[in-house]
Design a protein around this ligand. Structure first.
Ligand code: NAD
Length: 498
């Protein structure tokens, strides 16, 4: 690794004792350290309310990276860059201590006054923290100042605007990095490469050739220990659709950017989200399905989970049909679905192309030619298959669908960076292409609010259900069947490990 790759930075982490910091952020920083992106000229100040010493904090950091290396000296060297400050974010005086420690560490590690403020805390504190960063002069004059925040970015359009306005008091939009970890996944980042570097996809990526698109984010787990939060914060629509599914959707539908930089990519995603058809309450009824999982032989139902209120109507499953009203996509349905306690964990995109106009291969055994389908597997398998038609081998002249494959092997998997590792590095590089712009967030809330309010106002319709561990409710299948389509599955499309 050439020395020029090394980043000089002081990272101030609010919520340094929290779950996210320990499970994701310290391991991500350690991976960057091992690869030489962070080495000598970095330091981390962890803050939270608890009274911890530097020594104890470093022990916690060591524990969270324990499995990532056998080299104790390397782990100790990394942890020695971590400092702890007990700090209540609402206490103005305590920001002075933070400022002094930051200046000291700037000098000690020669961080060139580059600062990243990472808010790994509940969003209600974001406004207070950023306001104090400004009024207490924690931003530097010479280096860069960047802010990383975690979802949820509000709970509806109004609160998202309020939050974004608060952040904008201290930071320019280009300095704000809103993390959606799906944008750090290998195959999500591959969407642009697949679309824009292949002559056999780029010209076909429109309503003349694409019949429908399907995006599935299914989870095997239930709500578990998050039940109370999940039940009151808005269910699957807010947990998965507003953020992850809309981010994936916008990458699939956007126009080619002039360049693959943050400004151009984000502007195209904003334009794409502006083209989504707004739904009336009646449209929501026609085009969206919500459902809840019920008890099955081995698994609890949602209403039996600890922390869920009696008779809760919170949805654990959402399926929807979205229409994009622009020249590229007019008439093409985009089907989305997500749910908890489904049969398996799977994040996958299917682009189903139109069938050829003439079938030359009619035979008693072959009636229809199946459409070509491009499948992008995001997790747990990572890769893609292009499912096309070929002649069956042998004496038969029938056509069968076979996949062209590109998959990450188990050996390669360990070399794929974690989403947080990749996104933190992109932030250190000043590349915000894979972080949501405020307008993306607000446009997605604008759409989601229509669905939410239609559902909230409809208290009389029965809430569909599905048995825990199943493939979801029948109503989710009916949504596609009405248009003559069905969800692709491993029965119709190549799946690795099947
Ligand atoms: P957590 O409850 O484990 O940690 C919260 C942290 O904030 C703790 O360090 C706590 O001490 C600190 N804190 C709370 N009040 C404080 C105050 N007044 N002053 C100073 N510190 C205070 O939460 P988490 O799971 O780490 O999540 C943090 C943020 O990241 C949340 O916004 C969450 O929605 C988001 N997020 C978390 C995950 C995850 O996997 N944990 C994933 C995606 C997004």
């Amino acid at each position: 690794m050439p020395a020029t790759q090394e980043k000089a930075v002081l990272i101030t982490l609010f919520g340094g004792t929290g779950d996210l910091a320990q499970r994701k952020l310290y391991p991500a920083l350690f991976r960057l350290f091992k690869k030489g992106y962070l080495r000598q000229h970095f330091a981390v100040i962890g803050t939270a309310r608890r009274e911890w010493s530097d020594a104890y904090y470093r022990e916690i950091v060591m524990q969270s990276i324990a499995s990532l290396s056998d080299d104790e000296t390397e782990k100790e060297e990394f942890s020695s860059h971590f400092y702890y400050l007990s700090h209540n974010v609402q206490n103005t005086q305590e920001y002075q201590q933070l400022k002094e420690l930051a200046s000291e560490l700037d000098k000690k590690y020669q961080t060139q006054q580059n600062r990243v403020f990472y808010l790994a805390m509940a969003p209600q504190f974001f406004g207070t923290i950023t306001e104090h960063l400004k009024t207490q002069h924690l931003l530097t004059e010479q280096g860069f100042n960047r802010l990383i925040i975690e979802k949820p970015f509000g709970h509806n359009l109004e609160s998202a605007i309020e939050l974004n306005d608060q952040l904008a008091q201290t930071f320019e939009e280009t300095q704000i990095y809103r993390i959606d970890h799906y944008l750090g996944k290998e195959m999500v980042q591959n969407i642009n490469a697949i679309r824009f570097s292949n002559i056999f996809f780029e010209p076909l990526w429109n309503n003349k050739f694409v019949d429908n698109v399907q995006i599935t984010l299914s989870e095997e787990v239930g709500v578990g220990t998050r039940a109370g939060y999940y039940d009151t914060s808005g269910g699957a629509l807010l947990d998965m659709v507003q953020n992850h599914i809309f981010q994936i959707l916008s990458l699939l539908i956007m126009e080619p950017p002039v360049q693959m930089d943050g400004n151009d990519v984000r502007q195209e995603k904003i334009k794409a989200l502006r083209s989504l058809r707004a739904y009336s309450p009646e449209d929501v009824k026609q085009n969206f399905v919500r459902a809840q999982y019920t008890q099955s032989e081995e698994l609890l139902g949602y209403l039996q989970e600890d922390g869920v209120v009696e008779h809760s109507r919170t949805e654990t499953y959402v399926a929807g049909k979205l229409m994009v009203d622009n020249f590229r996509w007019a008439g093409v349905p985009f089907y989305i679905r997500t749910g908890k306690r489904l049969a398996n964990k799977n994040t996958v995109i299917h682009i189903q192309f139109r069938s050829v106009d003439v079938n030359l291969f009619h035979s008693p055994t072959q009636v229809d030619i199946l459409p070509d389908v491009l499948t992008i597997h995001i997790q747990p398998s990572q890769g893609m298959s292009f499912n096309i038609n070929v002649k069956q081998m042998g004496l038969s002249n029938d056509i069968e669908r076979k996949p062209l494959l590109h998959y990450v092997s188990p050996e390669q998997e360990k070399d794929i960076p974690e989403a947080y590792e990749r996104l933190i590095l992109e932030c250190l590089n000043g590349n915000n292409a894979n972080f949501a712009h405020r307008q993306e967030v607000e446009l997605s809330w604008k759409f989601i609010d229509l669905v939410r309010s239609a559902w909230d106002n409809d208290t009389s319709s029965d809430l569909p259900t599905y048995p825990a561990g199943s493939h979801g409710p029948k109503e989710g299948d009916d949504l596609l069947a009405r248009d003559g389509f069905s969800w692709h599955s491993c029965d119709t499309i190549y799946c690795p490990n099947e």
